[in-house]
Design a protein around this ligand. Sequence first.
Ligand code: NAD
Length: 486
Amino acid sequence: MSMAETLLIDGQWRGSADGATLDVINPATGEVVQTISQATVADVQAALAAAERAFPVWAEMSARERARLMHRAMDIFRGRLEEAARLLTLEHGKPLNDSRKECAYSADVIDFYAEEGRRLEGTHFAGDLGPTHSFVLKQPLGVVAAITPWNFPVDLLAWKLGPGLAAGCTFVIKPPSEAPLAATLFVRSFVEAGLPPGVLNIVTGPGRTVGAELVTNPISRKIAFTGSTATGLWIAEQAAKQLKHVTLELGGSAPFVVCDDADLDIAVPEALRRAFSHTGQICISVNRIYVHRSRYDEFVTRFAEAASRLRVTADGIAEPDADMGPLINQAGLETVRQHVADAVERGATVLTGGRAPDGPQYARGYFYLPTVLTGVTREMRVMREETFGPVAPIAAFDTLEEGVRMANDSPYGLAAYVYTSDLDKAFYAAKHIRAGGVGINVNDITDIRGPFGGMKMSGIGRELGTPGMDAYLEVKHVRVRIRPPR
Ligand code: NAD
């Protein structure tokens, strides 16, 4: 694979049909990390056609053989995990340890689903109306278009490829233009493991051309999308016109509810990590913190103090254990600035942060300090929109009912966190908060065995767990008349 031959179509690494390229920029330095091919619509069509040709080959292969290839791919990938993690840090800016964790988890997801594929079974039953017997078969959906964002470009691809490949689907993948390199290396491992040509194809390029063709071309039968709610809504509309299946993992605005009996020794560092790691650019990042009034002052003091001590790195490879790096680009930085300015204009107080860090090493990247706001109200953009940056607004509540109401005061419903020592409060909050995942005394709702996804404007469908596999399967009812022996 030479420098600008980074499209994968029908098993071949290629440049784009018109020779176009795009630069992948290190958001910490503004430097070009690598120049890659930028697909044309004709490239996308060729990739979809290859995936369509490969589909019967892959779907007919035994689940055992598919699993063997998937495991072999991950053996290869683990051998270059450090290379992938370094690329991920260079293209995304996250500290190296976060990149290592993402890459390792991605390989686990593929291994997990490789075996899930071997355990797939349908059901069968005796007919209800007469001498028949019914079988319910699970069959792969067909060609899948997988479109992923830059914040977890390897992980969120693995969440789609794992179950989809194990189910027997073939893929055309559009990695994010901001961070395609580690994801491309991940896919390269599958090619080297011996996946039949056309089972996986990569077309990197702009959403409005490459993404749009993937969504609207009749060959793709499913769109597996993670990204913003605005793009997800457009995809849902297009998919509806052809009744394509969709999984839409969209934006979030996760509340973090601290009850009067919470253990702050746990709640403070957990809120801190989930608010600021990945520079707040996680769909399940803590966006709104609500603390019982009796613990408000204590929480705010401890949280702001700890936030001011976080280490922001301009070189995530040299400082692998730093707390956070830069934002992904200028637009991301602008949103953060605007949300903080809006909050301050409407009366919020900046306890720490609220600006870029000092130092020449930060001058060329998109940096912003971990920022803590108090005196926030529900009208402020930080409380209503997805900031996708290192900003933690904190408000107080008096009763748990009120705390839950405030937690639900958002168009989003992806993740929520509740910290309490009281089982009744935990169950009350878990039941009444409208979110696809609720963490009780834990700041991550991700578990390979648990369904992950959103309510309200955070999406439709679930990844991971058993639903994550069902999302790549169609069920077919086969009804057989049983004739008496002649
Ligand atoms: P985005 O919607 O701008 O882009 C996501 C992907 O969609 C990119 O690959 C982009 O090129 C592509 N795209 C853009 N327009 C398209 C179109 N018209 N047709 C097809 N594809 C198109 O989102 P982003 O800024 O890259 O990612 C950040 C967003 O992702 C945040 O809103 C975040 O909450 C969300 N996210 C959600 C989850 C989740 O699981 N729910 C996980 C991570 C990120």
